[in-house]
Design a protein around this ligand. Structure first.
Ligand SMILES: NC(=O)C1=CN([C@@H]2O[C@H](COP(=O)(O)OP(=O)(O)OC[C@H]3O[C@@H](n4cnc5c(N)ncnc54)[C@H](OP(=O)(O)O)[C@@H]3O)[C@@H](O)[C@H]2O)[C@@H](O)CC1
Ligand SMILES: Nc1ncnc2c1ncn2[C@@H]1O[C@H](COP(=O)(O)OP(=O)(O)O)[C@@H](O)[C@H]1O
Length: 487
């Protein structure tokens, strides 16, 4: 999916769109006329003109089909030779078509639909959403055509952004047909659901004040057990590149051990041997705080730390879970729990999160989600993220091609920045560092801060090579993306 915008972009589910529709002061016939006009304009753009072009409209029984019929008539007036069939009719194979308009079903699709065969390689313009996609989840409800472009009305629909939506909807255009969605889903930070855009990063990324000092945006990373020191190093590098003023790293305690790093820095009670930490990193011993098991019982300097990031290369086990749960209770700072901190926990971790007053962020991929919640997220990723946020009282960031970020108050933000080049080990560690830095820097709306951090992370990746991209490439790209997006 191609997407470029500078504004706040509401995202609606089909149910919300139906409510907007029901509350409209205008007759449906007038809305359909406007929607059909927008479809015709978009079609003329794809056709590169009107006179002499050939188009076929697949028109279904509902309003989506009505939009298609209006568009067909308008295109005829512009000299396009238009044929129309209903959703079950085959498309004439002899016609040398320049465009097919998919107006079979929109958000009212209620049973699986497979469209007729396309005659060859003809471009497809989908009306509202490709027919055969679920308007809420983007899951298949049939076998949709892959559209060249999709024109949707009033606002984005969640099914365009999730599941198969991005792959099947092509370039997306939102047409204003005179409907206001504000009453249904709110505005600004209060929007129930929104897609994060580059403009949101410029507006919301927390800036350092002119009189700032380094401790005003300190991030403390707890991770980097033996064999996984690179994870903590990636998080530390990312936090620094995203603007943290001070980055501390503590390795988790290893039972009965006392060791020092290759470069001589003492990390009693834990290992960071050979960790390729950025030279600016301060390595801090957890055990020095005097806990019998090597985990802190008090948090020295804690009030100076803006955000803790716990879990990257942390290792799993009961001792780790005990330590994480204790830190959650001790700390009044924002905490990001990622990677091993999520795999260790389940209900006990969720309860510890629920007792916190300060911001907590959980950043699971699907496997970690299942470890936390006892069930996989399933097809409805909006509902899955919302369940985790509600259960934990934390901001839940569910990773995937489209990142879904949910707050306990029911609001959701989506980011579709980035692509499959991020599917490589360690990119999640980088994301945790970027989120940690953003939280340490700012006191804005935590949901927006976390979602904007995810958007920066995805946008940064697009500056890297399509092949052979490594997580280690990403922190510097984060710095460059922020330079571009934040002015
Ligand atoms: N303000 C707005 O929102 C505006 C919305 N507009 C447009 O309207 C669309 C929403 O309209 P809509 O509710 O009529 O839904 P739509 O998808 O056209 O058809 C549903 C019908 O199809 C039927 N049906 C379902 N699946 C089926 C299947 N597999 N095979 C066969 N039949 C099936 C279903 O039947 P039922 O389930 O009731 O048996 C029902 O009769 C929206 O996406 C946008 O394009 C614009 O016009 C302007 C303003
Ligand atoms: N196909 C994809 N398209 C876009 N983003 C992706 C894709 N696969 C993974 N990502 C992103 O890459 C990151 C991977 O995180 P994670 O699975 O925790 O990796 P790791 O644990 O190895 O650091 C997440 O931000 C995720 O959203």
């Amino acid at each position: 999916m191609e997407w470029q915008t500078l504004g706040v972009e509401p995202v609606l589910t089909p149910d919300e769109m139906a409510a907007v529709d029901a509350a409209a002061s205008e007759r449906m016939g007038d809305l359909v006329q406007r929607a059909g006009g927008a479809v015709a304009r978009s079609a003329l753009g794809l056709l590169g003109g009107g006179y002499g072009r050939r188009a076929h409209v697949v028109a279904g029984p509902g309003n989506n089909g009505a939009d298609g019929r209006v568009a067909a008539e308008l295109l005829r007036r512009r000299g396009v030779r238009v044929s129309i069939g209903d959703h079950a009719d085959s498309i004439p194979a002899d016609a040398a078509l320049d465009l097919v308009i998919d107006a079979a079903f929109g958000t009212g699709l209620s049973r699986p639909y497979a469209p007729p065969d396309l005659p060859g390689d003809v471009p497809v313009l989908a009306v509202d959403i490709p027919s055969g996609l679920d308007g809420r989840t983007g899951g298949f409800c049939g076998a949709p055509w892959r559209a060249t472009a999709t024109i949707t009305f009033a606002a984005l629909k969640s099914g365009l952004l999730l599941g198969h939506g991005p792959e099947f909807c092509g370039r997306v255009e939102v047409a204003d047909i005179g409907l206001s969605v504000e009453a249904e889903v709110g505005t600004g930070d209060h929007l129930t659901r929104a897609l994060i855009t580059n403009g949101d990063v410029g507006r919301c990324w927390p800036r350092r004040a002119a009189d700032a000092h380094k401790w005003m945006s300190a991030v403390w990373i707890i991770g980097g057990a033996p064999g996984m020191t690179g994870a903590a190093a990636l998080t530390a590098e990312a936090a620094g590149r995203a603007g943290a003023g001070y980055v501390l790293v503590s390795a988790p305690p290893t039972v009965g051990s006392r060791s020092s790093t290759d470069d001589g820095r003492d990390v009693a009670g834990g290992h960071l041997p050979g960790a390729p930490l950025p030279v600016e990193t301060v390595v801090r011993s957890l055990a020095a705080t005097g806990g019998v098991d090597g985990w802190p019982h008090t948090v020295a300097d804690e009030q100076r730390v803006g955000a803790l990031v716990i879990g990257n290369g942390l290792g799993c086990g009961t001792l780790v879970l005990d330590g994480v749960v204790r830190l959650l209770a001790l700390s009044d700072a924002a905490v990001v729990l990622d990677a091993d901190a999520l795999g260790a926990g389940g209900a006990r971790l969720l309860d510890a999160c629920a007792h916190r007053r300060a911001t907590t962020v959980l950043t699971p991929h699907d496997g970690e989600y299942e470890a936390l919640m006892g069930e996989a997220p399933g097809d409805d990723r909006l509902a899955a993220a919302a369940r985790l946020a509600e259960r934990s009282g934390a901001i839940a960031l569910l990773k995937g091609p489209t990142t879904v970020v949910a707050a306990p108050d029911g609001r959701v933000r989506l980011s579709s920045a980035g692509d499959q080049r991020l599917a490589t080990a360690g990119t999640g560690d980088v994301l945790a560092g970027v989120i940690g830095a953003a939280l340490a820097l700012g006191e804005g709306d935590a949901l927006t801060t976390v979602a904007v951090a995810a958007h920066v992370h995805g946008t940064a990746a697009m500056g890297g090579p399509a092949t052979g991209f490594r997580a280690g490439d990403l922190p510097k790209l984060v710095g460059a993306a922020l330079d571009d997006l934040v002015r």
